[in-house]
Design a protein around this ligand. Structure first.
Ligand SMILES: [Zn+2]
Length: 451
C-alpha cells in the first residue's frame, strides 16, 4: 500500500523515525483518505472517554455514537502520539479526558486536546517512556457503542509474570552456592543446573526438590470489561481482583509456593494473553477467578469448571463459557495481533493427561469451597472456556459465588469472606499438590537447561 497523504499533520523532520501504522489503523486511514466525505459524517459525538493505567500498558478509550475515523503519528523529542479525529468537535465529554490521566500513570504523562481545524480534533498523548502503541477500533458490543482504543505498551514490557520471574531469579541468586561464588555462572539464572539445596529448607519444599511450585492466579475481567454486575452495583472485575490479591498473599506465604497474577490492576488482559502468561511463568497450576451471574436472583453457590473440548456438562455450563469467552469482545482486543495465537492454541490441544489433572485439582478446590459456601453443583462441571485452553498446565475456573444473588453479592464484597474463599482455594491447591506431588516446572526447566 502506498503511503497515503497526511495533509492534516504537522510536518515532522525527515530524519525523525515515524511509526508504521499498526493493526487496523492503516486500513482505516486509507478509508478516510479515499473517501473524505466520511470524515464529515454528521452528528458523530463522543459518548464517553476512559483511561486504564497499568504497568502492562495504558489504554485510552474514546467512545462515540458512530464509528470514529482517525490517523495518527508518532513524534519524538519529547515522545508523543498525535491522533487526529476528522469530523469531530471538542465537547464536554472529550474535555474530561486530560483529568482522567493519573499522575502516576506508568506510560503517559498527560493528554492534550485541541480543535486542530474546524473539522478535526487533535489528541496529543505525551509519553513517559518508549512505547509501542496499538490503535484500533471496536464495533458496538454489550453496553458499548463505537470505540477507538489507544493502547500504549511500553517498548520494554514488564508484566506481573516478569516480576515473578525476576523475583525467583533473585531468590536463586541468594540461595544458590554457585551464584554466591565468583565465576561465570554468578548471574542469577533459572536455567542454571546447580543441585537443589535441601539443608534448612522446610519439608514441603524438600519434596519438590527445593524449587517452588508456581501458581498463576487469573482475576477474571478488568478494565473495559467489568464482568457481571450485581444488583447493588458490585462489579465482578473488582471482586475477582480482591480475591486474587488475597490468594497471592497467602500463597506467597507458603514456603513451597509462589504466586503470579495475570493482572494486578483494573485493566483488561486478553484471554489468550492470560494463557500465554501462565506458560511463560512455568505455571504448575492455573486458577481463573470469577463470580457467576444469571438473570434471576435465586441461584447461589460456588462452582468449579474445567476445560472440555467435546461439549459442556450442562446447558448452563455452555452458556456460561460463551459468556466468559466474550470477555475479549467487551474488554477489546486488537484482532490483528491475536488471531495467530488463538489458532495455534487450538491446534496444540492434546490434553488428556492435563485434563485429568485439572479435574482432580477442580475436585479438591470444590471440596474445600464446600466448607465455606453452598455448592451450586455437587461435582465439577465442564465447558469450553478459552482461558483454560492451555495444553499442559492443569487449569480450573472458579465461580466463587453468584454476584446476581443479593446475599452472595454482599458476601463477595466482604473482605472477611473474600479471605475465606481465598483460604479455601489455597487448601484445594495444596491437597492437589500433596496427592499428585508433581515435579515443579521450574526444576524441570533447570534440569533441562532451559528457562
Ligand atoms: Zn466472569
Amino acid at each position: 500500500m502506498s503511503e497515503p497523504p497526511r495533509r492534516t499533520m504537522t510536518p515532522i523532520p525527515a530524519t525523525a523515525p515515524r511509526r508504521r501504522f499498526l493493526g487496523q489503523a492503516g486500513a482505516l486511514l486509507a478509508a478516510f483518505t479515499l473517501t473524505p466525505h466520511l470524515a464529515r459524517a454528521q452528528g458523530t459525538t463522543f459518548v464517553a472517554v476512559r483511561a486504564w493505567p497499568a504497568e502492562d500498558y495504558t489504554r485510552i478509550t474514546l467512545e462515540a455514537n458512530q464509528p470514529l475515523h482517525f490517523e495518527y503519528l508518532f513524534v519524538p523529542d519529547p515522545d508523543r502520539l498525535v491522533i487526529d479525529l476528522p469530523g469531530m468537535s471538542i465537547d464536554e465529554v472529550l474535555k474530561s479526558l486530560p483529568d482522567k490521566i493519573a499522575a502516576d500513570d506508568p506510560n503517559i504523562h498527560g493528554v492534550r486536546i485541541g480543535q486542530f481545524r474546524p473539522d478535526v480534533v487533535r489528541v496529543v498523548i505525551d509519553l513517559k517512556r518508549q512505547a509501542e502503541p496499538q490503535i484500533f477500533t471496536l464495533d458496538p458490543v454489550a453496553q458499548y457503542r463505537h470505540r477507538l482504543v489507544i493502547d500504549v505498551y511500553p517498548k520494554t514490557p514488564r508484566d506481573p509474570i516478569e516480576a515473578l520471574l525476576a523475583e525467583l531469579d533473585g531468590k536463586r541468586a541468594a540461595t544458590s552456592p554457585t551464584a554466591a561464588s565468583s565465576g561465570p555462572s554468578a548471574t542469577p539464572d533459572l536455567t542454571a543446573s546447580a543441585p537443589p539445596r535441601t539443608k534448612g529448607v522446610p519439608a514441603k519444599a524438600r519434596a519438590s526438590g527445593g524449587a517452588p511450585y508456581v501458581i498463576v492466579i487469573d482475576p477474571g475481567h478488568g478494565g473495559e470489561d467489568p464482568g457481571a454486575i450485581g444488583r447493588f452495583g458490585t462489579r465482578e472485575k473488582d471482586v475477582t481482583l480482591a480475591i486474587a490479591r488475597r490468594l497471592k498473599r497467602i500463597i506467597d506465604a507458603q514456603p513451597n509456593l509462589r504466586c503470579a497474577l495475570t493482572r494486578d490492576g483494573d485493566y483488561f488482559v486478553p484471554l489468550g494473553e492470560r494463557v500465554r502468561r501462565a506458560r511463560r511463568a512455568q505455571a504448575d497450576l492455573f486458577v481463573s477467578i470469577h463470580a457467576d451471574a444469571v438473570a434471576s436472583s435465586g441461584p447461589r453457590g460456588s462452582s468449579v469448571y474445567v476445560l472440555s473440548n467435546r461439549g459442556a456438562s450442562s446447558t448452563t455450563a455452555r452458556w456460561l463459557a460463551n459468556k466468559e469467552n466474550q470477555a475479549d469482545l467487551i474488554g477489546g482486543i486488537n484482532l490483528g495481533q491475536q488471531n495467530e495465537h488463538v489458532a495455534k492454541t487450538l491446534l496444540d490441544l492434546s490434553l488428556t493427561a492435563t485434563m485429568q489433572d485439572s479435574a482432580q485439582l477442580g475436585r479438591h478446590v470444590l471440596t474445600a469451597l464446600g466448607q465455606v459456601n453452598t455448592l451450586h453443583k455437587r461435582d465439577i462441571e465442564y465447558a469450553n472456556f478459552a482461558v483454560l485452553r492451555n495444553p499442559d498446565v492443569p487449569a480450573i475456573l472458579v465461580e466463587t459465588a453468584f454476584i446476581s444473588n443479593p446475599e452472595e453479592e454482599r458476601r463477595l464484597k466482604d473482605p472477611k469472606y473474600q479471605e475465606k474463599l481465598a483460604q479455601a482455594i489455597l487448601k484445594g491447591l495444596q491437597r492437589h499438590l500433596e496427592t499428585t506431588a508433581p515435579t515443579p516446572r521450574l526444576l524441570i526447566a533447570a534440569r533441562e537447561g532451559r528457562g
